[in-house]
Write a protein that binds this ligand. Sequence first.
Ligand SMILES: NC(=O)c1ccc[n+]([C@@H]2O[C@H](COP(=O)([O-])OP(=O)(O)OC[C@H]3O[C@@H](n4cnc5c(N)ncnc54)[C@H](O)[C@@H]3O)[C@@H](O)[C@H]2O)c1
Length: 658
Amino acid sequence: MIVGVIGSGAIGPDLAYGFLSSLAGPAFREEENKVYLLDIKKDALDAGVERINNYIKKALARGKVSDKVAAFIPKALVPTMDIQDLANCDYVLEAASEDLKIKRAILRNLEEVVRPDCLIGFATSAIPRARIAAEALHPERCFVNHPFYPAWRALPIEVVSSGTDERFSTKMLDVLQKLGKVPIITADVPAFAADDVFSNYICEAVRIVEEGIATPAQVDQIVNSAIGGGGPLNVMDLTHGNVLVVHIQELMQEVGGDWFAPPALLVKQGTARWRNPNALEDSTHTEAQAKQVMDRILAVLIGRAYAVAENGVCEASDLNWLLRMSLGFNEGTLDLGKKLGAEKVAELCLKYAKANPGFPVPKCIAEKKLPTYLRDVKIDRDGDIATVMVRRPELRNALSMQTVAEIKTVMRKLNADSGISGVVFTGYGGALSGADVNEFTSLTTRKQTEGICYKAHPAQKVISGMKKPVVAALDGPVMGGGSEFSMVCHARVVGKNLLLAQPEVNLGIIPGYGATQRMPRIIGVEKALELLRTGRSIGAEEACAIGWAYGEPVDDPVQAAKDLIREHIAGKVKLAPVDPAPVTVPDPIPDIDLGHRSLVIDTLLVNAVKEGLRLPLEEGLLVEARAFADSKETVDADIGIKNFTQNGPRVPAAFMHE
Ligand SMILES: NC(=O)c1ccc[n+]([C@@H]2O[C@H](COP(=O)([O-])OP(=O)(O)OC[C@H]3O[C@@H](n4cnc5c(N)ncnc54)[C@H](O)[C@@H]3O)[C@@H](O)[C@H]2O)c1
């Protein structure tokens, strides 16, 4: 893919570096890949290239990139001051100065150079797409693509669709996803979704300083310790964002009224810093100060977040994820509102509105009816086929207890929905990387450990027992709990980048979501024992060859899963959950080289397989749950889990076999 980035200022080089890192990956293996970085100022361009080279050096020193990727990036980066060089681009992201006239002029020049099918994105923080693309020759390929700081690794990107040609919109989302971003659709309003909430939050912090309630150091300390995010004024210093926030507020003021006007102190501050990085600033404060600051900050943050959702700017579950990922708070802003409760949120916002005329209190807050939304799962409908997607890309779609509960709820609803004939189960980008390790390490009692299995079983029973076909569509890493939930589905189709494993033994534990019972029923006892006891990962070809996955590896697993569902409905194939009947286990079981793996864990694992398979599936799952809790109580589990969290999956644990 040939990509162009226009503007080598604060964000352009970061975007270019992020795109280059993605282009070095397997998805682009067979293509010609380049990123042009263009600026009208030679010094800006040179500084951008230098920044990218420094990123590579740092990433290499920290072992974050391979030598191959580090060699690819400088070769594939083409700095230029000549727009003609962008002629062959498939996608150009304009990230030049935040100025409507400049953006329109760039678009005019660019359209004379690029092919009519070249996608064009505007990285604008707040200017509506309709204004920038008002004179476009081909408006159908012009989108807002609003990235977030730090742009080389921040996952979310807001997308305002051109809305005129579905094919371009689909292509735009696909390109961004391939370039490592998670596109979130927003309406074409000033500041879109995240910057509305962010910018108003910053302004409230500035007003608090302006009114002498607290100093910048105190505000940062109070806010950061209450909700995270690094402190609003510190963030302004890091991103040099004062001028941009003034501009964003002016755009919002045009449509929203005077409450949105930028505070005079922010305008006066210009490019000056709020905090002195060389001084130890006093951030001590009273409890009364903290309450006063947080009441106001929460009213604005939560009030604006629910307003954005209520006004249809962004779908609620997308917004909650977007705000958590882009603003760096400890939790999503809608989650924060939910946690405080409708009563408290209404009290805060109504009190704030009384003191600050013009602050719009959303109806859902005034009426104390906060909307419900899914946090980790997204549902998409394509005619009578629904796709249930685990969307936690920041954790490769790891399954938390909340995720499992949401899967159960949506599957149950889809089962009862007469308009739905089949369901595809997948993760964002195809990955399902396992149970959430953070959550798992926080389990302290045996009851809690067994309990997570008992919470998963009912969700799995809903899926396997659905009266319509459920097909898992997988690509990339599918590990542990992710693989186990796929095995509950009635079939699995896989993409070429699948990497499948039950790696629990490497952590000194055994599987707990059914792999010891379902995997042998799907691929046979001997093969399953080999994979379960070694934790070996297999690719797409092998997964198909051993019958774990259906057919052959495909390019588009979600589409292939839909096709398979259609074939089932037409009676051409018969998809079904695993047969729950008991299974005979060979005696003795074949010898195997366990390498460094724990002998005590292996014994627990083999016993769970042997004992469980003699029973019907449901009883076998209980045998596994008990053995799972036994494994968590071993010394080797402590060693294995600690090794995994400290050193990652590649360093073998030094097990004691106790
Ligand atoms: N900085 C951020 O963290 C951030 C975050 C999200 C979005 N954005 C958006 O990205 C865009 C760029 O922001 P920035 O902070 O990097 O701005 P910046 O002012 O730091 O850099 C803009 C660059 O564009 C160049 N430029 C100006 N006119 C040009 C032209 N005609 N052709 C080519 N280059 C030209 C300038 O020389 C400058 O190097 C803005 O629209 C901004 O709203 C920025």
